[in-house]
Design a protein around this ligand. Sequence first.
Ligand code: BT5
Length: 331
Amino acid sequence: MRNKILDILSSSQGEFISGESISETLEITRAAVWKQIKNLKDAGYVIEGQTKKGYRLLSTPCFLDQWALKKELRTNTLCKELYLFEELPSTNEYCKDLVRQGASHGTVVIAKKQTQGHGRMQRSWESPLGGLWLSVILKPSLNLGEVAKLTLSTGVALGETLRQLYDIPVGIKWPNDIVVEGKKIAGILGEVVGEWNTVHTLILGIGINGNFPRNALSPDLPATTLQDILQKDIDLNLLARELLRQLEKEVSSLEAGDSQGLLRRWTGLALGIGEEVIIQRANQIFKGIFKGIRENGELILEIDGQEMNFSSGEVSLRSEKDYSPNQSSRK
Ligand code: BT5
């Protein structure tokens, strides 16, 4: 009923629509209409009511809401199925259950808050209320090697979305940290599930620090939030929609075989290319020039004229100015 009222209000495109006409269309009492409108207002919808004219929808809430998110979703395959939770341990873990139950390509799971969000190698991911904690189930027409590139595609989609919506100087720190002025604002976790030989399923987890202050996170993290940067709350539904649209574009481009395009777009957003960087692998330190990445996402480091490749699982990258030399080093 709630969504039907929203459909009616939004279809009148800003014009007033009488309580009587809503009650007739939905075959409910005027009092029931009034109650639903009150609930919607309490949920953050701004609805103007005038005794003679009726109601009109002025704006949708900026916090996550299923109807508001799906309203202007311009995707073809992503988000046909949407699960939105007040709280989950982890949206990626929830997706794993859905995959076991046969969830389809493009299913999206969002939680307003996560209690056991995680990053790569089971590192913890802090996910307070106000962020966008989202996972997408993808079953793309790609072989396993290509599927792995989708985390690069997600970095591009995320970088483009944040630049276009908020005009902020985001960059990608290899392999896939999304950073503003040296501080992480979003992270990506891609997990391939399923057997060899079957359709490869990828769960793409994306976490964006949205409408909460920086101090809601542990003080030692080099992190920032959109609220801190923009000094206002943003519409999380719009952010999710635009991100899914950009992601769909990237998935299609990879399915069409355009790895070179992906590499070009990734490089355009990457931080530190051409600069001297430090790579730490276990206790070894490698210092060299960050030349870029290979098509498979490996980082190319030039050391004394020789190129070395590093894959993301095992190393961490720092620019030389961030490096504090009180750690064991060999090179
Ligand atoms: C990531 O891992 O950056 C991937 C994060 C993916 C989170 C999403 S949220 C939706 C989905 N459900 C999940 O359970 N996960 C995904 P990694 O590169 O391993 O970075 C993890 C490190 O980032 C931690 O060890 C902290 O140092 C730092 N960190 C933790 N929470 C953070 C936050 N909210 N903002 C910035 N940095 C954070």
